[in-house]
Design a binder for this molecule. Structure first.
Ligand code: CTP
Ligand code: MG
Length: 257
């Protein structure tokens, strides 16, 4: 059974400071929201997407995903990311008669390769109730005291940074969100609190979260180094006629793989 993806996109993007919600920021002509949704649908493992948008941006965000038709629904998000995911989960439960595997994927991780999405879905389908993509920590990690003095150098061999999409069985995600009283930094954190095991699959540096203008510059540079698809050219240069996106883009996950 294909997964349903919830895409929290209701943040304001304060740290990016683009003057518009981060999900509407364009990279080489295409918004982060459009890229994130396209990546999910093109992975082949996701059949429907529910986007949580800022309540005052439903129109612009709906336009960004119009090309994907009725596979994508846009609902109002909330004040915290947790509220946005909860709103999207409730909407998904109304839209789909029996939810199976549910992904939660930040619109800000717009360049996540299809392999990561497929691995997360496959791990849930093979019996895990919660799955997160992770990367090893590249830097040396130190714990400091309240004065800013190093207290210890932490063994980083078992430390991981965590990305999205995170995958869950619908029952476990519902239970975690039903019990959540405060905001968690990630969805798996809520599931951990319930005592369920959270499995890991290999993440990818391309699944970076666009937080600052530096991250946006990195994404621009990575895309510039990739072969440009016809759809990309079309979005960036509307004056240049190109083939239709479905012909030009078939089987691709965004532009980074
Ligand atoms: N998000 C959301 N609802 C909120 C806050 C965040 O749906 N109330 C989403 C963001 O749109 C983003 C993801 O959660 O896709 C991760 O959040 P973050 O990177 O912090 O994005 P913003 O909150 O938009 O950025 P900032 O914190 O700089 O304002
Ligand atoms: Mg935020």
């Amino acid at each position: 059974m294909d997964a349903v993806a919830l895409v929290p996109a209701a943040g304001r993007g304060v740290r990016l400071g683009a003057g518009v919600p981060k999900a509407l920021v364009r990279v080489r002509g295409r918004s982060l929201l459009s890229r994130a949704v396209r990546g999910l649908l093109d992975s082949g493992s996701v059949s429907r997407v529910v986007v949580a948008a800022p309540a005052d941006q439903l129109g612009p965000m709906t336009r960004e995903v119009h090309e994907f038709g009725d596979r994508v629904h846009v609902v109002p998000g909330g004040g915290e990311r947790t509220d946005s995911v909860r709103a999207a989960l409730e909407a998904a439960d109304r839209l789909v008669s029996s939810l199976g595997t549910v992904l939660v994927h930040d619109a800000a991780r717009a360049f996540t390769p299809a392999r990561v999405i497929r691995d997360v879905v496959a791990a849930v389908e093979h019996g895990a109730c919660a799955v997160v993509p992770t990367l090893p920590v590249a830097d040396t990690v130190k714990r400091i005291d309240s004065e800013g003095v190093v207290a210890e150098t932490v063994d980083r061999s078992l430390l991981r940074t965590v990305q999205t999409p995170q995958g869950f069985t619908a029952e476990v995600l519902r239970e975690a969100y039903g019990a959540a009283e405060d905001a968690a930094t990630d969805d798996a954190g809520l599931v951990e609190r319930m005592g369920y095991p959270v499995r890991t699959v290999e993440g990818d540096t391309h699944a970076l979260k666009v937080t600052s203008s530096f991250d946006l510059a990195v994404a621009e540079a990575v895309l510039a180094a990739e072969p440009t698809s016809a759809a990309e050219l079309s979005a960036a240069r509307p004056d240049v006629p190109v083939r239709p996106p479905e012909e030009a883009d078939s089987g691709r996950n965004g532009d980074v793989s």
